[in-house]
Ligand binder design. Structure first.
Ligand SMILES: [Zn+2]
Length: 506
Protein backbone atom coordinates (compact mmCIF):
# COMPACT_ATOMS: atom_id res chain seq x y z
CA UNK A 1 0.00 0.00 0.00
CA UNK A 2 1.34 3.44 -0.92
CA UNK A 3 1.88 6.11 1.72
CA UNK A 4 -0.67 8.21 -0.10
CA UNK A 5 -3.31 5.55 0.19
CA UNK A 6 -2.49 4.85 3.85
CA UNK A 7 -2.90 8.56 4.65
CA UNK A 8 -6.27 8.66 2.93
CA UNK A 9 -7.45 5.53 4.70
CA UNK A 10 -6.33 7.16 7.94
CA UNK A 11 -8.47 10.18 7.15
CA UNK A 12 -11.46 7.91 6.48
CA UNK A 13 -10.89 6.13 9.78
CA UNK A 14 -10.67 9.51 11.54
CA UNK A 15 -14.03 10.54 10.06
CA UNK A 16 -15.61 7.29 11.20
CA UNK A 17 -14.24 7.75 14.72
CA UNK A 18 -15.41 11.39 14.85
CA UNK A 19 -18.89 10.48 13.68
CA UNK A 20 -19.31 7.61 16.14
CA UNK A 21 -17.77 9.65 18.98
CA UNK A 22 -20.09 12.62 18.38
CA UNK A 23 -23.08 10.27 18.20
CA UNK A 24 -22.18 8.37 21.39
CA UNK A 25 -21.23 11.53 23.28
CA UNK A 26 -24.58 13.02 22.35
CA UNK A 27 -26.44 9.94 23.61
CA UNK A 28 -24.68 10.16 26.97
CA UNK A 29 -25.24 13.93 27.00
CA UNK A 30 -29.00 13.46 26.56
CA UNK A 31 -29.09 10.78 29.27
CA UNK A 32 -27.37 13.15 31.66
CA UNK A 33 -30.21 15.73 31.43
CA UNK A 34 -32.38 13.42 33.49
CA UNK A 35 -29.84 12.61 36.18
CA UNK A 36 -30.96 14.27 39.41
CA UNK A 37 -28.49 16.43 41.29
CA UNK A 38 -27.35 20.01 41.48
CA UNK A 39 -26.55 21.34 38.01
CA UNK A 40 -22.95 21.54 36.86
CA UNK A 41 -23.34 25.23 36.08
CA UNK A 42 -24.62 26.98 39.19
CA UNK A 43 -27.36 29.49 39.67
CA UNK A 44 -26.28 33.01 40.56
CA UNK A 45 -26.54 33.80 44.27
CA UNK A 46 -29.51 35.79 45.47
CA UNK A 47 -28.33 38.74 47.57
CA UNK A 48 -31.82 39.62 48.80
CA UNK A 49 -33.00 36.13 49.69
CA UNK A 50 -33.97 34.49 51.87
CA UNK A 51 -35.33 36.97 54.35
CA UNK A 52 -36.75 35.88 57.67
CA UNK A 53 -40.40 36.15 58.59
CA UNK A 54 -43.76 35.46 56.99
CA UNK A 55 -45.25 37.40 54.08
CA UNK A 56 -48.83 36.52 54.93
CA UNK A 57 -50.82 35.53 58.01
CA UNK A 58 -51.58 31.81 58.21
CA UNK A 59 -55.08 30.57 57.38
CA UNK A 60 -56.98 27.39 58.32
CA UNK A 61 -57.13 26.05 54.76
CA UNK A 62 -54.94 26.38 51.69
CA UNK A 63 -56.28 25.26 48.32
CA UNK A 64 -53.84 25.09 45.39
CA UNK A 65 -54.88 24.54 41.78
CA UNK A 66 -52.23 24.04 39.12
CA UNK A 67 -53.34 24.46 35.52
CA UNK A 68 -50.55 22.53 33.80
CA UNK A 69 -49.26 24.10 30.60
CA UNK A 70 -51.42 27.26 30.71
CA UNK A 71 -49.36 30.16 29.33
CA UNK A 72 -49.87 33.75 30.46
CA UNK A 73 -51.60 34.80 27.23
CA UNK A 74 -54.17 32.04 27.45
CA UNK A 75 -54.70 32.62 31.19
CA UNK A 76 -55.57 36.29 30.75
CA UNK A 77 -59.09 36.49 29.41
CA UNK A 78 -60.44 33.34 31.04
CA UNK A 79 -63.66 34.73 32.58
CA UNK A 80 -63.66 32.64 35.76
CA UNK A 81 -59.99 33.18 36.53
CA UNK A 82 -60.21 36.89 35.68
CA UNK A 83 -63.06 37.35 38.18
CA UNK A 84 -61.31 35.40 40.95
CA UNK A 85 -57.96 37.16 40.41
CA UNK A 86 -59.60 40.60 40.33
CA UNK A 87 -60.64 40.11 43.97
CA UNK A 88 -57.16 38.99 45.02
CA UNK A 89 -53.48 39.28 44.18
CA UNK A 90 -52.88 38.89 40.44
CA UNK A 91 -49.28 37.93 39.62
CA UNK A 92 -46.97 37.41 36.67
CA UNK A 93 -45.01 34.34 37.69
CA UNK A 94 -41.57 33.39 36.40
CA UNK A 95 -41.32 29.63 36.88
CA UNK A 96 -37.57 29.57 36.12
CA UNK A 97 -35.73 26.86 34.21
CA UNK A 98 -36.32 24.20 33.13
CA UNK A 99 -40.06 24.58 32.45
CA UNK A 100 -40.89 20.94 33.19
CA UNK A 101 -43.86 19.90 35.33
CA UNK A 102 -42.29 17.77 38.03
CA UNK A 103 -39.22 19.96 38.65
CA UNK A 104 -41.42 23.07 38.67
CA UNK A 105 -43.67 21.49 41.30
CA UNK A 106 -40.62 20.38 43.27
CA UNK A 107 -39.51 24.02 43.25
CA UNK A 108 -42.94 25.30 44.28
CA UNK A 109 -43.47 22.81 47.11
CA UNK A 110 -40.01 23.44 48.55
CA UNK A 111 -39.77 27.20 47.77
CA UNK A 112 -36.43 26.65 46.00
CA UNK A 113 -35.35 27.21 42.43
CA UNK A 114 -35.27 24.09 40.24
CA UNK A 115 -31.49 24.17 40.27
CA UNK A 116 -31.47 23.71 44.03
CA UNK A 117 -34.07 20.95 44.30
CA UNK A 118 -32.18 18.21 42.42
CA UNK A 119 -34.65 16.84 39.87
CA UNK A 120 -34.12 19.35 37.07
CA UNK A 121 -35.43 17.52 34.06
CA UNK A 122 -36.86 14.42 35.68
CA UNK A 123 -40.47 13.55 35.03
CA UNK A 124 -40.65 10.14 36.70
CA UNK A 125 -41.67 9.71 40.31
CA UNK A 126 -39.10 10.94 42.82
CA UNK A 127 -37.79 8.34 45.26
CA UNK A 128 -38.16 10.90 48.07
CA UNK A 129 -39.77 14.36 48.28
CA UNK A 130 -37.38 17.35 48.18
CA UNK A 131 -36.13 18.04 51.74
CA UNK A 132 -38.57 20.21 53.68
CA UNK A 133 -41.34 20.01 51.05
CA UNK A 134 -44.59 21.52 52.34
CA UNK A 135 -47.05 18.63 51.75
CA UNK A 136 -45.15 16.31 54.09
CA UNK A 137 -45.29 18.93 56.85
CA UNK A 138 -49.12 19.01 56.81
CA UNK A 139 -50.74 15.86 58.25
CA UNK A 140 -53.73 14.81 56.14
CA UNK A 141 -52.64 16.83 53.07
CA UNK A 142 -54.43 15.75 49.90
CA UNK A 143 -53.65 15.90 46.20
CA UNK A 144 -55.69 14.91 43.16
CA UNK A 145 -54.27 14.68 39.64
CA UNK A 146 -56.16 14.46 36.38
CA UNK A 147 -53.25 12.46 34.90
CA UNK A 148 -49.59 11.67 35.59
CA UNK A 149 -50.20 10.77 39.24
CA UNK A 150 -46.48 9.99 39.60
CA UNK A 151 -45.92 13.75 39.89
CA UNK A 152 -48.17 14.40 42.90
CA UNK A 153 -46.96 11.13 44.41
CA UNK A 154 -43.47 12.69 44.60
CA UNK A 155 -44.07 15.38 47.22
CA UNK A 156 -45.20 13.66 50.42
CA UNK A 157 -48.96 14.26 50.39
CA UNK A 158 -50.77 12.07 52.94
CA UNK A 159 -53.35 11.14 50.29
CA UNK A 160 -52.59 11.33 46.55
CA UNK A 161 -55.22 10.23 44.05
CA UNK A 162 -55.32 8.28 41.83
CA UNK A 163 -52.77 5.97 43.46
CA UNK A 164 -49.70 5.29 41.36
CA UNK A 165 -49.86 1.81 39.83
CA UNK A 166 -46.62 -0.10 40.39
CA UNK A 167 -46.06 -0.47 36.64
CA UNK A 168 -46.35 3.24 35.85
CA UNK A 169 -42.64 4.06 35.79
CA UNK A 170 -41.30 5.35 33.53
CA UNK A 171 -44.33 7.61 33.10
CA UNK A 172 -47.16 6.52 30.90
CA UNK A 173 -47.91 8.60 27.81
CA UNK A 174 -50.05 11.67 28.20
CA UNK A 175 -53.32 9.77 28.54
CA UNK A 176 -55.71 11.09 31.15
CA UNK A 177 -55.79 8.69 34.06
CA UNK A 178 -59.49 8.65 34.76
CA UNK A 179 -62.71 10.14 33.45
CA UNK A 180 -63.41 13.87 33.80
CA UNK A 181 -66.29 13.03 36.16
CA UNK A 182 -64.16 10.82 38.42
CA UNK A 183 -61.44 13.45 38.53
CA UNK A 184 -63.83 16.28 39.34
CA UNK A 185 -65.57 14.27 42.06
CA UNK A 186 -62.26 13.48 43.75
CA UNK A 187 -61.08 17.09 43.39
CA UNK A 188 -64.31 18.38 44.91
CA UNK A 189 -64.00 15.97 47.86
CA UNK A 190 -60.41 17.11 48.43
CA UNK A 191 -61.19 20.85 48.47
CA UNK A 192 -64.25 20.30 50.69
CA UNK A 193 -62.39 18.03 53.11
CA UNK A 194 -61.01 19.21 56.42
CA UNK A 195 -57.46 18.74 55.11
CA UNK A 196 -55.56 21.99 55.66
CA UNK A 197 -53.77 21.56 52.32
CA UNK A 198 -55.58 20.33 49.21
CA UNK A 199 -54.01 20.40 45.74
CA UNK A 200 -55.63 19.83 42.35
CA UNK A 201 -53.41 19.21 39.31
CA UNK A 202 -55.29 19.81 36.04
CA UNK A 203 -53.52 18.33 33.01
CA UNK A 204 -55.73 18.56 29.96
CA UNK A 205 -54.37 21.94 28.86
CA UNK A 206 -50.85 20.52 28.76
CA UNK A 207 -52.10 17.48 26.88
CA UNK A 208 -53.77 19.69 24.27
CA UNK A 209 -50.62 21.81 24.09
CA UNK A 210 -48.48 18.76 23.32
CA UNK A 211 -50.92 17.47 20.74
CA UNK A 212 -51.78 20.68 18.90
CA UNK A 213 -49.84 23.62 20.35
CA UNK A 214 -50.79 26.76 22.25
CA UNK A 215 -52.30 28.28 19.11
CA UNK A 216 -54.85 25.49 18.63
CA UNK A 217 -58.61 25.52 19.29
CA UNK A 218 -58.25 22.38 21.43
CA UNK A 219 -55.77 24.19 23.72
CA UNK A 220 -58.19 27.09 24.19
CA UNK A 221 -61.05 24.66 24.71
CA UNK A 222 -59.09 22.78 27.40
CA UNK A 223 -58.28 26.13 29.08
CA UNK A 224 -61.98 27.08 29.12
CA UNK A 225 -62.95 23.67 30.54
CA UNK A 226 -60.36 24.05 33.28
CA UNK A 227 -61.55 27.58 34.01
CA UNK A 228 -65.08 26.28 34.51
CA UNK A 229 -63.80 23.46 36.71
CA UNK A 230 -61.90 25.96 38.85
CA UNK A 231 -65.08 27.98 39.37
CA UNK A 232 -66.98 24.87 40.48
CA UNK A 233 -64.20 23.83 42.87
CA UNK A 234 -63.98 27.30 44.47
CA UNK A 235 -67.76 27.33 44.91
CA UNK A 236 -67.69 23.83 46.43
CA UNK A 237 -64.99 24.90 48.90
CA UNK A 238 -66.86 28.08 49.86
CA UNK A 239 -70.02 26.04 50.41
CA UNK A 240 -68.22 24.17 53.20
CA UNK A 241 -65.53 26.54 54.48
CA UNK A 242 -67.06 29.95 53.78
CA UNK A 243 -64.31 32.52 53.27
CA UNK A 244 -61.75 30.81 55.49
CA UNK A 245 -59.70 29.15 52.74
CA UNK A 246 -56.93 30.86 50.77
CA UNK A 247 -56.58 29.83 47.13
CA UNK A 248 -53.44 29.81 45.03
CA UNK A 249 -53.93 29.21 41.31
CA UNK A 250 -50.85 28.84 39.14
CA UNK A 251 -49.48 27.23 36.00
CA UNK A 252 -46.16 25.43 35.70
CA UNK A 253 -45.24 26.58 32.18
CA UNK A 254 -46.75 27.74 28.90
CA UNK A 255 -46.53 26.03 25.50
CA UNK A 256 -44.96 26.99 22.22
CA UNK A 257 -47.50 27.87 19.54
CA UNK A 258 -46.55 24.60 17.89
CA UNK A 259 -46.52 22.73 21.22
CA UNK A 260 -43.72 21.84 23.58
CA UNK A 261 -41.96 23.21 26.65
CA UNK A 262 -38.81 22.68 28.67
CA UNK A 263 -36.36 25.53 28.01
CA UNK A 264 -36.28 29.18 29.10
CA UNK A 265 -38.29 30.85 26.32
CA UNK A 266 -40.22 33.73 27.96
CA UNK A 267 -43.68 32.52 26.80
CA UNK A 268 -42.92 29.23 28.57
CA UNK A 269 -41.37 30.72 31.69
CA UNK A 270 -43.91 33.46 32.39
CA UNK A 271 -47.36 32.36 33.54
CA UNK A 272 -50.18 33.80 35.60
CA UNK A 273 -50.68 33.08 39.29
CA UNK A 274 -53.36 34.41 41.63
CA UNK A 275 -54.06 34.38 45.34
CA UNK A 276 -57.62 34.96 46.46
CA UNK A 277 -60.04 34.01 49.23
CA UNK A 278 -58.72 34.61 52.75
CA UNK A 279 -56.22 37.43 52.11
CA UNK A 280 -55.22 40.70 53.82
CA UNK A 281 -57.36 43.52 52.40
CA UNK A 282 -54.26 45.41 51.24
CA UNK A 283 -53.58 42.68 48.69
CA UNK A 284 -57.02 42.67 47.11
CA UNK A 285 -56.77 44.01 43.59
CA UNK A 286 -52.94 44.19 43.78
CA UNK A 287 -50.67 43.21 40.89
CA UNK A 288 -47.04 42.22 40.80
CA UNK A 289 -44.51 39.82 39.43
CA UNK A 290 -42.76 37.08 41.39
CA UNK A 291 -40.54 34.06 40.92
CA UNK A 292 -41.68 30.54 41.65
CA UNK A 293 -39.81 30.19 44.99
CA UNK A 294 -41.50 33.43 46.14
CA UNK A 295 -44.89 31.88 45.44
CA UNK A 296 -43.84 28.66 47.17
CA UNK A 297 -42.92 30.69 50.21
CA UNK A 298 -46.44 32.19 50.24
CA UNK A 299 -47.81 28.64 50.44
CA UNK A 300 -45.55 27.88 53.42
CA UNK A 301 -46.60 31.15 55.10
CA UNK A 302 -50.26 30.41 54.46
CA UNK A 303 -50.02 27.28 56.57
CA UNK A 304 -47.68 28.72 59.19
CA UNK A 305 -44.77 26.49 58.16
CA UNK A 306 -41.23 27.88 58.00
CA UNK A 307 -39.72 27.32 54.54
CA UNK A 308 -36.44 25.36 54.27
CA UNK A 309 -33.38 27.40 55.30
CA UNK A 310 -31.98 27.27 51.75
CA UNK A 311 -35.24 28.55 50.24
CA UNK A 312 -34.96 31.09 47.40
CA UNK A 313 -38.34 32.59 48.33
CA UNK A 314 -38.33 36.30 49.15
CA UNK A 315 -40.73 38.28 51.33
CA UNK A 316 -43.78 39.37 49.35
CA UNK A 317 -43.61 43.00 50.46
CA UNK A 318 -39.98 43.24 49.29
CA UNK A 319 -40.86 41.65 45.95
CA UNK A 320 -43.91 43.82 45.30
CA UNK A 321 -41.96 46.97 46.22
CA UNK A 322 -39.52 46.32 43.37
CA UNK A 323 -40.23 47.92 40.03
CA UNK A 324 -39.56 44.59 38.29
CA UNK A 325 -40.27 42.04 40.98
CA UNK A 326 -39.52 39.04 38.80
CA UNK A 327 -36.18 40.48 37.83
CA UNK A 328 -33.68 38.19 36.20
CA UNK A 329 -34.87 34.70 36.88
CA UNK A 330 -33.01 32.12 38.93
CA UNK A 331 -31.45 30.55 35.87
CA UNK A 332 -28.23 28.57 35.62
CA UNK A 333 -25.65 30.84 33.98
CA UNK A 334 -22.16 30.05 32.68
CA UNK A 335 -19.41 31.69 34.70
CA UNK A 336 -17.01 34.22 33.14
CA UNK A 337 -14.27 31.56 32.97
CA UNK A 338 -16.60 29.20 31.08
CA UNK A 339 -17.35 31.98 28.61
CA UNK A 340 -13.62 32.61 28.21
CA UNK A 341 -12.86 28.94 27.48
CA UNK A 342 -15.84 28.68 25.12
CA UNK A 343 -14.76 31.75 23.15
CA UNK A 344 -11.19 30.43 22.91
CA UNK A 345 -12.42 27.08 21.60
CA UNK A 346 -14.62 28.76 19.00
CA UNK A 347 -11.78 31.06 17.91
CA UNK A 348 -9.34 28.16 17.67
CA UNK A 349 -11.83 26.27 15.49
CA UNK A 350 -12.32 29.32 13.29
CA UNK A 351 -8.56 29.88 12.92
CA UNK A 352 -7.94 26.26 11.94
CA UNK A 353 -10.89 26.38 9.56
CA UNK A 354 -9.66 29.53 7.82
CA UNK A 355 -6.17 28.05 7.58
CA UNK A 356 -7.70 25.13 5.71
CA UNK A 357 -9.78 27.26 3.38
CA UNK A 358 -8.96 27.88 -0.26
CA UNK A 359 -9.04 31.13 -2.20
CA UNK A 360 -11.97 33.46 -2.88
CA UNK A 361 -15.39 32.65 -1.46
CA UNK A 362 -14.04 29.32 -0.35
CA UNK A 363 -12.03 31.12 2.29
CA UNK A 364 -15.13 31.28 4.48
CA UNK A 365 -14.81 28.33 6.83
CA UNK A 366 -17.68 25.88 6.84
CA UNK A 367 -20.47 27.34 4.74
CA UNK A 368 -22.06 23.88 5.04
CA UNK A 369 -22.28 24.27 8.85
CA UNK A 370 -23.94 27.63 8.55
CA UNK A 371 -26.42 26.37 5.96
CA UNK A 372 -27.23 23.19 7.92
CA UNK A 373 -27.67 25.09 11.21
CA UNK A 374 -29.83 27.77 9.58
CA UNK A 375 -32.07 25.32 7.72
CA UNK A 376 -32.50 23.26 10.91
CA UNK A 377 -33.75 26.39 12.71
CA UNK A 378 -36.03 27.31 9.79
CA UNK A 379 -37.62 23.87 9.54
CA UNK A 380 -37.55 22.67 13.15
CA UNK A 381 -37.34 25.84 15.23
CA UNK A 382 -34.57 27.00 17.56
CA UNK A 383 -32.91 23.94 19.15
CA UNK A 384 -34.04 24.57 22.71
CA UNK A 385 -35.04 21.93 25.25
CA UNK A 386 -38.62 22.53 24.09
CA UNK A 387 -37.95 20.62 20.86
CA UNK A 388 -38.20 16.86 20.66
CA UNK A 389 -35.33 16.46 18.20
CA UNK A 390 -32.93 17.69 20.87
CA UNK A 391 -33.74 14.57 22.93
CA UNK A 392 -33.86 11.85 20.29
CA UNK A 393 -30.84 9.51 20.28
CA UNK A 394 -31.28 9.00 16.53
CA UNK A 395 -31.40 12.56 15.18
CA UNK A 396 -33.51 11.53 12.19
CA UNK A 397 -35.70 14.66 12.42
CA UNK A 398 -32.57 16.74 11.82
CA UNK A 399 -31.41 14.76 8.79
CA UNK A 400 -33.79 16.25 6.23
CA UNK A 401 -33.41 19.91 7.30
CA UNK A 402 -29.62 19.40 7.39
CA UNK A 403 -29.60 18.02 3.85
CA UNK A 404 -28.81 21.29 1.99
CA UNK A 405 -25.81 21.87 4.25
CA UNK A 406 -24.63 18.28 3.94
CA UNK A 407 -25.00 18.43 0.16
CA UNK A 408 -22.87 21.56 0.12
CA UNK A 409 -20.29 19.80 2.31
CA UNK A 410 -20.10 16.84 -0.06
CA UNK A 411 -19.92 19.07 -3.13
CA UNK A 412 -17.08 21.24 -1.79
CA UNK A 413 -14.92 19.65 0.87
CA UNK A 414 -16.10 16.15 -0.02
CA UNK A 415 -14.99 16.70 -3.60
CA UNK A 416 -11.65 18.04 -2.41
CA UNK A 417 -11.23 14.93 -0.28
CA UNK A 418 -11.91 12.76 -3.30
CA UNK A 419 -9.39 14.71 -5.37
CA UNK A 420 -6.76 14.20 -2.72
CA UNK A 421 -6.66 17.54 -0.94
CA UNK A 422 -7.42 15.72 2.27
CA UNK A 423 -5.92 17.56 5.18
CA UNK A 424 -7.01 21.02 4.05
CA UNK A 425 -10.52 19.81 3.24
CA UNK A 426 -10.94 18.17 6.60
CA UNK A 427 -9.70 21.22 8.48
CA UNK A 428 -11.93 23.51 6.48
CA UNK A 429 -14.97 21.26 6.91
CA UNK A 430 -14.68 20.28 10.54
CA UNK A 431 -12.43 22.56 12.60
CA UNK A 432 -15.00 25.29 13.23
CA UNK A 433 -17.90 22.85 13.86
CA UNK A 434 -15.76 20.98 16.40
CA UNK A 435 -14.73 24.26 18.06
CA UNK A 436 -18.29 25.58 18.25
CA UNK A 437 -19.72 22.31 19.52
CA UNK A 438 -17.03 22.10 22.20
CA UNK A 439 -17.79 25.73 23.14
CA UNK A 440 -21.52 24.97 23.56
CA UNK A 441 -20.64 21.94 25.69
CA UNK A 442 -18.38 24.03 27.92
CA UNK A 443 -21.10 26.66 28.37
CA UNK A 444 -23.64 24.12 29.60
CA UNK A 445 -21.31 22.00 31.74
CA UNK A 446 -20.99 19.17 29.24
CA UNK A 447 -17.93 17.79 31.05
CA UNK A 448 -20.48 15.91 33.16
CA UNK A 449 -20.83 13.57 30.20
CA UNK A 450 -17.28 12.28 30.51
CA UNK A 451 -17.54 12.01 34.29
CA UNK A 452 -15.66 15.23 35.12
CA UNK A 453 -18.65 16.58 37.03
CA UNK A 454 -21.88 15.28 38.51
CA UNK A 455 -25.28 16.80 37.96
CA UNK A 456 -27.15 17.64 34.80
CA UNK A 457 -25.53 19.87 32.12
CA UNK A 458 -28.61 22.06 31.83
CA UNK A 459 -28.28 25.71 30.86
CA UNK A 460 -30.91 27.72 28.99
CA UNK A 461 -30.41 27.34 25.23
CA UNK A 462 -26.74 26.20 25.37
CA UNK A 463 -27.79 22.62 26.17
CA UNK A 464 -30.19 22.40 23.22
CA UNK A 465 -27.66 23.93 20.84
CA UNK A 466 -24.95 21.49 21.99
CA UNK A 467 -27.24 18.52 21.34
CA UNK A 468 -28.16 19.76 17.85
CA UNK A 469 -24.55 20.54 16.92
CA UNK A 470 -23.28 17.16 18.13
CA UNK A 471 -25.84 15.59 15.81
CA UNK A 472 -24.80 17.81 12.86
CA UNK A 473 -21.16 17.02 13.51
CA UNK A 474 -21.85 13.27 13.46
CA UNK A 475 -23.81 13.65 10.22
CA UNK A 476 -21.18 15.85 8.58
CA UNK A 477 -18.33 13.44 9.35
CA UNK A 478 -20.44 10.52 8.16
CA UNK A 479 -21.26 12.24 4.85
CA UNK A 480 -17.56 12.75 4.12
CA UNK A 481 -16.65 9.15 4.90
CA UNK A 482 -17.60 7.56 1.51
CA UNK A 483 -15.65 10.26 -0.33
CA UNK A 484 -12.59 9.71 1.82
CA UNK A 485 -12.80 5.99 1.09
CA UNK A 486 -13.28 6.63 -2.63
CA UNK A 487 -10.26 8.97 -2.51
CA UNK A 488 -8.19 6.20 -0.97
CA UNK A 489 -9.29 3.83 -3.73
CA UNK A 490 -8.34 6.38 -6.37
CA UNK A 491 -4.95 6.89 -4.76
CA UNK A 492 -4.32 3.19 -5.11
CA UNK A 493 -5.39 3.11 -8.76
CA UNK A 494 -3.14 6.01 -9.80
CA UNK A 495 -6.00 8.31 -10.81
CA UNK A 496 -5.44 11.09 -8.30
CA UNK A 497 -3.58 14.32 -8.80
CA UNK A 498 -0.43 15.50 -7.03
CA UNK A 499 -2.28 15.88 -3.77
CA UNK A 500 0.68 16.55 -1.53
CA UNK A 501 1.63 19.78 -3.29
CA UNK A 502 -1.95 21.07 -3.40
CA UNK A 503 -2.37 20.20 0.23
CA UNK A 504 0.68 22.21 1.24
CA UNK A 505 -0.35 25.10 -0.99
CA UNK A 506 -3.73 25.25 0.69
ZN1 LIG B 1 -46.04 18.92 29.24
Amino acid sequence: MTRERAARLGAALGLLVLSVAAFELRKEFIRSFFRPGPPVVAVAAEPDSPAVGASLPAVPFLRVALLDGLGADAARGLPGLDALCAGGLDLDLDVGFPTVSLPVQAAFWSARSQARTGPMFQNSRLVAPPPGALPGAIPGSRAVAEAHPEIIASFGFTIAEPPVPPDLEPPAPLALSWSAEQFERAAQQAVQSDARLAFVHVLRIDQAGHQAGAGSPSYREAARWSDDLLGRLVAADRHVHGATARWVVLADHGHLLTGGHGDAEPPLRWVRACLFGALPDALRGARGSVRLPDLGRLAFDSLGVVPPPDSDGRLLAAVLAKASGGGPALLPRPTASRWAVAILLALAGAALGVAGAGAGWRRAPCPWWLVASASAVIFLGFPSLSRNFVFRFWPTALALPALPGLALLVATDGRALLMGRGRAALRRALALPIGLTAAALVLCGGEAVIGLATGPPLVPFATGIASAWLALLAMGALSLLPLALAGAFRAGSGRSGPSGTIDRAA
